[in-house]
Design a protein around this ligand. Structure first.
Ligand code: LLP
Length: 419
C-alpha cells in the first residue's frame, strides 16, 4: 500500500496534489511519501518479528537521500553501506555507527580506515586479503574490527542477470566450500573479531525457495564453524525481497519472508541481520514528469516526457517496467511508446503499452521509483541532476536540489595550455 492516490480526479502524494509540486519545483522530480516509508519500515519489522534477535540495516544504495535515511533512522533502522560516501551519509542522517554494516567487494584501505574511525558495527569481508588488511589497520590503531565473512552460496536467485549476486561465477563473497578455512585463518588475527557469516543472493526476488536454499547452506556452514570451535553469534541474510512494479505482480510479503526465515533458521541461536532496500523504498517514491510532445510514430505514437534514462535508468539498464499514470486522467486510454529526450534508443520507458491518454503539457508519473531511482541518476546529455521532494501529510519539502547544468559546467576547467 502506498500514499500516491487519486483524490477528486488528481493524483496526490499523501495530501499534496502533484500539480502543486510540479508547479513549484518543476519536473522531472522524484516525490517520496514519508507515511509510506514509515509504513513499509513497520511492515518489514513486523514481518521478521518471528525470527527472534534481529537487526535491520537499510541498504542505502537503494535510496541514500538524507531525509529518507532520517525517517528510517527514527524508525530504528541502521544502514548497510558500500562506500565511504555512504558511511558519511548514514552518520549524517543520524544512524548510530554501531548500527552500520559495511558491505562491498572493493572497499579501499582508505574506506576501511574511515569505517574504523567512525566506529561502524560490522564489516562484511568479501575476500581473505581484505580481512588481513582490515585486521592490520585495526591492530595498528589498537582497535578491533567486528566482522562477518560473506559467502557465495552458489544459488540461482532467478532474477535479472545484472542483479543476481549469489552464483559461483558472480564477483561476490568467498566460495562456501572455502569459507571454513578462510574463516579459521581470519579468526586468529589480532585486530579482528569474526562474528559469523553474511550472504546476499540478488535483488527483486519473487521466489523464496532460492533464498531458503541459500540460508540452509549457510546454516550448515554455521554448524561446521561451531564444530571447529568458533563462536558464531551473527548471520547477515542480506536483502533482495521483490516489490510489485505492476498491480498484477504478487511478490512474497515481508510476513511470508519472515515466516520462511524463522523456519529455516530455527535453532541457529544468532542475531540475524537484514539488509532490505527496495522493499522499504520502492513504492514510497514516484518520478513526476511532464509530457513534452506526443509524436506520431510509424506503429504507435511516442509520448516524449521530460524525464529520461539519466533520471531513471532502470528501464534502459534492466528492461524494467515502471507503471505510468496521468496525474489528471481523463478516463481515455491510448497505446503508445514512452520515451525521454536523451539521444539514445535505449531511452525508452515502454513500447506499445496501454496507458492513460495524455497530451503535450500533461503531468504523469512513473510509479515504484523510490528504489534505485534518483540514486542512479546522472547528468548525461548535460541534463540537470534530478531533484527530490518528500511529502509529509499536507506539506512537502525539497530534500535534494535540482543541480543545474551550469553548476556542473562551473566545476569543469579548460587548462591554460588549451587557452
Ligand atoms: N545487501 C547487499 C549486499 C546488496 O548488494 C543489496 C543490493 C542489498 C542488500 C539490497 O537489495 P534489495 O533489498 O534492494 O533488493 N540497481 C538494481 C538493484 C541493485 C541491487 C544491488 N544490491 C535495480 O535497480 O534493480
Amino acid at each position: 500500500m502506498d500514499h500516491f492516490q487519486l483524490k477528486n480526479g488528481i493524483l496526490h502524494a499523501e495530501n499534496v496534489p502533484l500539480p502543486r509540486i510540479a508547479e513549484e519545483v518543476g519536473t522531472p522530480v522524484y516525490v517520496y511519501s514519508r507515511a509510506t516509508l514509515e509504513r513499509h519500515a513497520q511492515v518489514f519489522r513486523d514481518g521478521i518479528a518471528p525470527v527472534g534477535k534481529s537487526h535491520i540495516a537499510f541498504a542505502i544504495k537503494s535510496n541514500p537521500n538524507r531525509a529518507v535515511l532520517r525517517v528510517l533512522a527514527k524508525a530504528g533502522y541502521g544502514a548497510d553501506v558500500v562506500s565511504g560516501g555512504e558511511i558519511s551519509r548514514a552518520i549524517a542522517a543520524g544512524m548510530k555507527p554501531d548500527d552500520v554494516v559495511f558491505s562491498g567487494v572493493g572497499k579501499t584501505r582508505a574506506e576501511l580506515e574511515q569505517a574504523l574511525d567512525t566506529g561502524i558495527g560490522q564489516f562484511n569481508i568479501e575476500l581473505e586479503e581484505e580481512g588481513v588488511v582490515l585486521a592490520q589497520i585495526a591492530a595498528a590503531k589498537g582497535m578491533t574490527a567486528h566482522a562477518t565473512l560473506r559467502v557465495n552460496p552458489d544459488v540461482d536467485a532467478g532474477t535479472h542477470a545484472k542483479i543476481s549476486t549469489g552464483k559461483k561465477e558472480n564477483k561476490f563473497g568467498v566460495g562456501i566450500d572455502q569459507a571454513p578455512a578462510i574463516f579459521d585463518r581470519l579468526a586468529r588475527l589480532p585486530g579482528l573479531k569474526m562474528h559469523g557469516v553474511a550472504l546476499h543472493i540478488g535483488s527483486q526476488l519473487f521466489d523464496l525457495d532460492p533464498l531458503a536454499a541459500a540460508y540452509a547452506r549457510v546454516g550448515q556452514l554455521v554448524a561446521d564453524l561451531r564444530a571447529m570451535g568458533h563462536d558464531v553469534d551473527r548471520v547477515d541474510l542480506g536483502g533482495g525481497l521483490g516489490v510489485p512494479y505492476k498491480p498484477s505482480e504478487n511478490p512474497p510479503s515481508p510476513a511470508d519472508y519472515g515466516e520462511m526465515v524463522a523456519r529455516v533458521t530455527k535453532g541457529w541461536d544468532v542475531t540475524l541481520m537484514f539488509e532490505p532496500g527496495r522493499v522499504i523504498v520502492g513504492n514510497a517514491g514516484i518520478l513526476l514528469t511532464r509530457v513534452i510532445w506526443v509524436k506520431p510514430g510509424v506503429i504507435n505514437p511516442y509520448v516524449i516526457v521530460d524525464a529520461a534514462m539519466n533520471d531513471l535508468a532502470r528501464p534502459a539498464m534492466y528492461d524494467a517496467w515502471h507503471d505510468f499514470a496521468a496525474v489528471q486522467p481523463n478516463g481515455q486510454k491510448m497505446v503508445a511508446n514512452i520515451a525521454g529526450p536523451v539521444c539514445e534508443t535505449g531511452d525508452t520507458f515502454a513500447m506499445g503499452r496501454e496507458i492513460d491518454a495524455v497530451a503535450s503539457g500533461d503531468l504523469a508519473i512513473f510509479r515504484t521509483a523510490g528504489a534505485y531511482g534518483a540514486t542512479m541518476a546522472s547528468t548525461y546529455n548535460s541534463r540537470p541532476l534530478v531533484p527530490e521532494v518528500m511529502v509529509d501529510g499536507d506539506n512537502y519539502a525539497v530534500v535534494a536540489d535540482r543541480i543545474a547544468a551550469e553548476t556542473i559546467l562551473a566545476a569543469e576547467r579548460i587548462p591554460d595550455w588549451l587557452a
